[in-house]
Design a protein around this ligand. Structure first.
Ligand code: CAA
Length: 291
């Protein structure tokens, strides 16, 4: 199946990045969110990020204009129904994703491939509640989407090979690299990355190191572009905690227990960059460690 048009549900951090790369690759993009303010902010962010690529001479101004012209927005979920591919990139809560699929399903054409950008929720379980488990799979981008090379493709138990190949062709057209993961909790990237971040929080909790010494250690000692606590703030501490809980519940192994300090930050509403406070305080000129 040849994908020409893509509907994206959710215009937050991931959704606007996905719209950016899809439009740049030549797909017609319809971006949906319940909030028109979020949609307007997303279009503004895409424009700014494309402009950054123009100013660094990665793309031309004409390419940027063509990409922007391919993006339309809507607050009505059913409008997405005629697209060839849907990528759901809403909040990482199963009940939210479920409600979106329930509302969207009656509007979909029979051939539409339905995917989720979930970072950890079971694809097989999400698929089983739709009318098309064979045309359902995981399409997981990394943040920031325009920069990160990888897309994880996750097959549910029922996903057919035509669906997988169609999604793989989209990843190729984006100029990104696909890694295929089996459908087990948190797939590959987060199965490995989140326990490392959680361990960094334990290292802080136990007083082995400060925020600065932990981040410097991994940046300078292991050549990571960001320290694990800086990265946790970048991803969102609520998302990190949600993924640790999926690992803990899904694999039933105590080695995945979320650090109580991570839970405490989330309960405080200190969720990282998006709330201006997490392991660092972002309200001033430069980020300041909060411990
Ligand atoms: N859109 C377009 N381009 C962007 C961008 C954006 N949103 N953000 C950064 N860039 C570009 C910059 O223009 C710059 O391009 P050039 O190389 O042409 O100059 C390049 O990316 C590097 O950016 P900066 O110089 O501003 O900043 P940096 O060198 O500090 O890199 C970073 C920023 C790419 C985010 C880097 O710090 C990094 O790789 N961090 C780790 C990110 C990571 O691990 N992401 C995965 C998170 S896990 C995940 O996403 C899965 C999940 O489910 C939770």
């Amino acid at each position: 199946m040849d994908i020409q048009s893509v509907g994206i549900v959710g215009a937050g951090q991931m959704g606007n990045g996905i719209a950016h790369v899809m439009a740049l690759a030549g797909y017609d993009v319809m971006l949906n969110d319940i909030s028109s303010d979020t949609l307007n902010a997303a279009v503004h962010t895409i424009d700014r990020n494309l402009e950054r690529q123009v100013s660094r001479e990665k793309i031309t101004a004409a390419t940027k204009a063509a990409a922007m012209a391919r993006i339309t927005t809507t607050t009505t979920l059913g409008d997405l129904g005629q697209n060839d591919l849907i990528i759901e990139a809403a909040t990482e809560r199963e009940s939210v994703k479920q409600a979106i699929f329930d509302e969207l399903l009656p509007h979909l054409k029979p051939s539409t491939i339905l995917t989720s950008n979930t970072s950890s929720i079971s694809i097989t379980r999400l698929a089983s509640r739709t009318d098309r488990p064979e045309k359902f799979m995981g399409f997981h981008f990394m943040n920031p989407v325009p920069v990160m090379q990888l897309v994880e493709l996750i097959r549910g138990i029922a996903t057919d090979s035509e669906t997988f190949e169609a999604c793989k062709a989209v990843v190729d057209k984006l100029g990104k690299t696909a890694a295929t993961a089996e459908d087990f909790p948190a797939f590959i990237v987060n199965r490995i990355l989140m326990p490392m971040i959680n361990e960094a929080v334990y290292t802080l909790y136990e007083g082995v190191g400060s925020v600065s010494s932990i981040d410097s250690s991994l940046k300078l000692g292991a050549n990571h572009p960001m320290g694990p606590l800086e990265l946790a703030d970048f991803i969102g501490l609520d998302t990190c905690l949600a993924i640790m809980n999926v690992l803990h519940d899904g694999l039933a192994d105590t080695k995945y227990r979320p650090c109580p300090l991570l839970t405490k930050y989330v309960e405080a509403g200190w969720l990282g960059r998006k709330t201006q406070r997490g392991f660092y305080d972002y309200r001033g000129e430069v980020p300041v460690p909060t411990r």
